[in-house]
Ligand binder design. Structure first.
Ligand SMILES: [Zn+2]
Length: 314
């Protein structure tokens, strides 16, 4: 009897562990406008602790179904996102739009096609090209490494429909407009405006209370993208990472980029080396010192800005 209980208990334990590994732990859904919801992820890098999940998946419930934006970093994150959508509506996911090529935003596509194979997957044409040229598989590997295997089984399900072919989408009584400034956060970026709700999904063109990596960005292009977003004069701005808010979200990140870039350009003119200018620029960026990953990224951002200033001066 004891032995049988042991086997039963052991089996349940194993079953429980495998179930837990198939899905990221639950995160709450925030309704930010009549049709629009956001699941705000935690702010760190993908890790064992956050099970890879750290972006802001959004979804818009239309008369015909759900339009899902950036369903997360893995099949496990995407399954959690679908589970949360179910708490709001039984309508199917009809469209997925990915804001850019970085895998923390779109590897969750895999979970969508598991359940809704008919869903239309859309992204910037450069995103589709880069993901197919190897970035997709690289991100799968990177996520698996960062989570020590939690995201195992995730496949790169790459969009097939380009947002530049259609520039906007009208579905179930809701209009989506695509804004895709060049060479911004990654040169694969599309920002999505939900017209009736006055919401803009910024992708990583702006983040809030968290400093992003800018290795694939240009400062000038990213500053211009923030301006494009600001000029839309929307009521709600959803950053790629961090809390949703008003136009201050995009203004504040734009000011980070501008302060850093103009500072570097000036000190470069004055022949200061990177290690001489860094403390001065850090000083000027005081309002961002408390943002997650500031200390980790700011030195790299100074180096990237120097390269861009150098290139511009030829
Ligand atoms: Zn990104």
């Amino acid at each position: 009897m004891l032995m049988r209980l042991y086997y039963l208990f052991g089996f349940l334990l194993v079953a429980d562990v495998s179930l837990a590994a198939s899905m990221v732990r639950d995160y709450p859904v925030d309704r930010i406008a009549p049709h629009t919801y956001v699941i705000h992820g935690p702010l760190g890098y993908p890790s064992v602790e956050n099970q890879s999940f750290m972006n802001n998946p959004g979804f818009v419930v239309t008369d015909d179904g759900v339009v899902l934006i950036d369903p997360g970093s893995s099949v496990q994150a995407g399954r959690m996102v679908l589970k949360q959508i179910k708490t709001i509506t039984d309508k199917p996911v009809t469209h997925v739009i990915n804001t850019h090529v970085h895998g923390d935003h779109w590897l969750g596509n895999h979970a969508v096609v598991e359940v809704y194979p008919e869903a239309v997957l859309m992204a910037h044409p450069n995103m589709i090209k880069e993901a197919n040229a190897g970035a997709g598989d690289q991100w799968v590997t990177q996520m698996e490494r960062a989570t020590e295997g939690f995201t195992k089984g995730t496949q790169a399900v790459i969009p097939t429909v380009s947002t530049s072919e259609v520039t906007q989408l009208e579905t179930g009584g809701v209009d989506f407009r695509f804004h895709a400034p060049d060479k911004a956060h990654s040169d694969t970026d599309v920002m999505i405006e939900v017209v009736q709700d006055s919401v803009v999904f910024l992708g990583d063109n702006a983040t809030y209370k968290r400093i992003p990596r800018l290795d694939d960005a240009t400062f000038k292009g990213n500053i211009a993208a923030c301006k494009v977003a600001e000029d839309l004069a929307a009521k709600h701005y959803v950053p790629g990472h961090g809390p949703t808010g008003g136009v201050a979200v995009v203004e504040k990140f734009g000011r980070y980029l501008e302060t850093l870039y103009t500072g570097v350009a000036r000190y470069y003119e004055e022949d200061l080396s990177d290690f001489e200018m860094k403390p001065k620029i850090v000083q000027q960026l005081k309002p961002y010192h408390s943002w997650v990953n500031f200390d980790d990224q700011v030195g790299r951002h100074v180096s990237l800005a120097i390269l861009e200033v150098e290139q511009d001066s030829f």
